[in-house]
Design a binder for this molecule. Sequence first.
Ligand code: ADP
Ligand code: ZN
Ligand code: ZN
Length: 709
Amino acid sequence: MPSPLTVLVHTPAYSQVGGALSYLSDQPLPAGTLVRVPLGQRELLGVVWDHADPGAASTALDPAKLRPITAALDALPPLTSAWRALISFAASYYQRSAGEVALAALPPQLRDLNALQLARRLKKQAKLSHPVSTETSASSKNTIDSIALTEEQTRAIGQFHSHAGPFLLFGATGSGKTEVFMRCTADLLAGSDMAQALVMVPEINLTPQLEERFKSRFSAQYGPDAVVSMHSGMTPAQRLKSWLAAHSGTARIVLGTRMAVFASLPHLALIVVDEEHDPSYKSHEGARYSARDLAIYRGKLEGAKVLLGSATPSLESWYHSRPASDGGRYLRLEMPSRVGANAVLPLVRRVDMNHQPKACVISPPLLEAISQRIANGEQSMVFLNRRGYAPVLHCTDCDWKSECPHCSAYRVFHKIDRTLRCHHCGQAERVPRACPACGNPDIAPLGRGTERLEEHLAQLLAGVTRPEGSAVRIARIDADTTRLKGSLESQLAQVHAGEVDVLVGTQMIAKGHDFRRITLVAAINPDGALFSSDFRAPERLFSLLMQAAGRAGRDASQTRRSEMWVQTFHPTHPLFEALKRHDYPAFAQSQLVERQQAGMPPFSFQALVRAEARTQEAAQAFLNAARQASAELPEAAPLLPHITLYPAVPMSIQRIANVERAQMLIESASRSALQRFLGLWQTTLHATRAQPEGKGLIRWAVDVDPLAI
Ligand code: ADP
Ligand code: ZN
Ligand code: ZN
């Protein structure tokens, strides 16, 4: 007698029913088993799910009408109940179907394999993973412990072992956080034959050094396949291989980007989140999950320790790590000093642009400082957060500007291929010879991007020579120069090899890299973020500048102190005052006071509903109608006093690729009230779409704990 099964699949048409469907199976299959099931004319990958899970409540169907599953991929051990609980939680918290979240968490290639192909793949993989002899592991153990830890590192590791966590490792750039991550990982892995660790980084391409360090340290001890990577830059075949290694337990360490938070790790003992403040831990498509927040939840679920690390923590994590007596839930581990006696933090110098020649881009004192570094054979890094040559092309006669025909944004002038390119929709065309509006041949670039800055610096530094008399070498690293695979790596290698004197770039160069020879870092024009409408802009700016400053002076053998230069029209702004003292706690404190007064996160909880439509009116009408309807939901009545629903407004970039975008903010002092409300409101949003107010709507999505407002 075949028994009915609840199976999660991902198909948009079923997203309203949680993605769970019912099938029949000849043999009982445990929850977590992967299966292939028919749906209409197609065959899909699915996961056998727990009957009782309310998130997966499948519509009651007549058993006579159920179809049998096509195959069970039971050569693979079932996904654990902890993994399933993580998926269910993420789906309900981020307001998506469990089917979507579960299937997105599995490697795409798994969808294309039948039971036989999978069994073959597993056999091949099992053959590859050979046990490591105890002899090698003993000798490599010695190399691990041969680095003498600093006092601060020793204390942090001691606290890590004697407490349950979660932990926030608050350590200056260059304080040896990575060493602590590796040591804690080594200790936990040594404690059990099966224990696994998940180490997350913001963007793996930007931190190849970390990957190398983990691989070289742990493959010696646990074998070449013990450390696997997981990120979107891998081929489907590589991703499947890593996933299977983690799922089967042969991989002891998974190094990955945000997607890795969903990796199947049946013996998870530790989750490390490096640079935990980084916005790229938040997904901006599908389920808008925060991998950092899910890491905390997953740790609790699986009894794994969680270690977040940053020199500039997110204000949320900083606030959670206040003393336990004030209600803090994380334990803060502090490492304020850089490793090495001479490796002091760089001196921060502010240039008051009010007192510099009008319209100068590089102020005379900064130019002088860069010239001196070049003459000494030292490297400088100059960054500006805007790529291209100029953000706008402009006609002085008729005021024409290079607007994108499809977006509410300007197309950026790229001189190298003489194009106007929209950075939002990708629209690109050749630069017109004359003003398209009035025919004036004099159209001029307005403002400045990295491409123009590079050109400008080359002119300014034309007379400067290197110690042995040769000309200055300037290089630029941004999204435009690194489009080709491998180009970032080769450009970084040039910088490391000392083949570059001045490195120009966007924030891409400010993050993570360990540039030993750079002794001067300059932020050309960081003021924009001081007065942004986004309340998180100062937090991001401070962190970016601190990280950038952290690129300089990492070499303890330097004799001269390195410098971080900031050109600003607001030199006495508290943000720059705190930066000058490298005082993250003071900056965080002032921000938290402001946030508390304004009732902003982490003192309140937010969600955004974003709607896209052919017209702005349609996008807003949909949101406002759903807002109105929420007042009539009887179950929501007790929650509404705790919730604020703001009216719909256009998004800051209102139109992209001819699609109008609007958003509605929902706020509450209570996370659970907000969660319960959103759960109820889902039905209303779906229903509103079918109403006249939903006409013209293209799509809508909920973003819980949004990062950009
Ligand atoms: P962070 O991640 O905090 O920026 P890292 O872990 O990258 O710092 O450490 C900075 C540098 O100091 C690295 O080159 C690392 O190898 C070195 N280092 C770390 N700990 C020690 C130590 N105890 N003794 C000597 N060098 C160390
Ligand atoms: Zn004109
Ligand atoms: Zn566009």
